[in-house]
Design a protein around this ligand. Structure first.
Ligand code: ATP
Ligand code: MG
Length: 329
């Protein structure tokens, strides 16, 4: 069975992409879906969420080819061959990771160059453009993962273009502010252009064909990261931006000209509004666990215990909302 690839994307930074992927990567296996997390952001923040510095340093000193994304694409970058077989790292039962790497940014230029050469029907260019897709397919197969969650950086560059092209679904994490809304506008337009490009290029698969993505990139919806309750924030402007999201998403991302006003709390495209977990989030960084797995021994006491319970409910609801949007699970 083919895995389902979901990319978490917004070209606005700091909107909760990595945190959401990290939590869902732990939640999906708990509700019965084996999961592969893939860190395709050269900042490698998702990898740092899974491993402490000591563990990362150890892996850098004794690298195992295939465990991190750079080692998988290294032959392409050096111009000496196609991808290396990925070897996803087991985190827990039903959860694997292809780790990130700062060197991933070295791939940006090769991807840009391949993008234009695809028009000439060059097999080498198609292999470069589809490298991430083929790595994810192989990694999901060897780890027996049903779902692939991909974390990417906040930009519309060549790496992200290749990742989004490879994905079946897109989830858009966002915060409530002007720039997040602006982000939706250029996101919709960009996805439309990439989809059109792929319709042409995918016809040029050589014979025998190589595995290439369908270019579906279907938007599943958005996830709103709520702001921390702060007395010095103007609540009115928060509400103002919040209620503009449903229409902007429909218009810019779904290309719908439906005029009906929908409140965010009733918008079928809103997958979830995530609580701001304040100090619990720094606790997750210290012990390398998602909020909903924190224990009293990790320092969870008093009202925090209630928040941990709420986090479990919240991420389970989000995971199920994402599953519900899939046509083929
Ligand atoms: N639900 C949450 N509650 C509290 N803090 C959060 C929550 N989600 C994310 N954060 C914090 O917000 C900041 C940005 O989150 P995160 O790194 O996940 O965003 P991002 O979109 O991946 O950022 P980038 O664009 O840099 O990759 C981090 O400090 C993170 O710990
Ligand atoms: Mg991130």
């Amino acid at each position: 069975m083919k895995p389902i690839i979901i990319a978490f994307f917004n070209n606005k930074g700091g909107v909760g992409k990595t945190t959401t992927v990290y939590h869902l990567a732990h939640m999906f296996p708990q509700i019965g879906y084996s999961t592969l997390a893939v860190d395709l952001d050269p900042q490698a923040n998702l990898t740092s969420a899974f491993f402490n510095e000591e563990e990362i340093a150890k892996r850098l000193e004794n690298p195992i080819t295939g465990e991190n994304i750079y080692s998988c694409i290294e032959p392409i970058i050096k111009g000496i061959g196609d991808i290396h077989e990925p070897k996803p790292i087991k985190i827990t039962d039903g959860l694997f990771l292809v780790a990130g790497d700062l060197n991933l940014s070295l791939f940006e230029d090769r991807l840009s160059d391949a993008w234009s050469r695809n028009y000439e029907g060059r097999e080498d260019a198609l292999r470069i453009t589809t490298a991430f897709y083929r790595i994810m397919l192989k990694a999901a197969e060897s780890s027996e993962s049903r779902i692939v969650l991909v974390d990417i950086g906040p930009n519309l560059g060549a790496i992200n273009r290749a990742v989004i092209l490879s994905s079946d679904y897109l989830v858009i994490p966002m915060t409530v502010d002007l720039f997040s809304l602006q982000g939706l506008q250029n996101l919709g337009l960009t996805i439309k252009n990439w989809r059109r490009y792929w319709q042409t290029i995918s016809q040029r698969n050589p014979n025998p064909p190589i595995p290439i993505p369908s270019g579906r990139m279907k938007p599943s919806g958005y996830v709103v990261l709520q702001h921390a309750v702060r007395l010095d924030r103007p609540v009115l402007s928060y509400e103002q931006w919040l209620n503009r999201i449903p229409k902007e998403y429909r218009h810019s991302v779904l290309n719908s000209d439906e005029k009906k006003k929908v409140k965010l709390s009733e918008d079928p495209n809103c997958l979830a509004q995530l609580r701001h977990y304040r100090s619990l989030i720094s606790m997750t960084h210290n012990v390398r666990k998602p909020v909903f797995n924190l224990q009293p021994a990790d320092g969870v006491i008093g009202e925090h215990a209630q928040l941990v319970k709420m986090a479990r409910e919240e991420f389970e609801i989000l995971a199920k909302a994402i599953l519900k949007k899939m046509e083929d699970i």
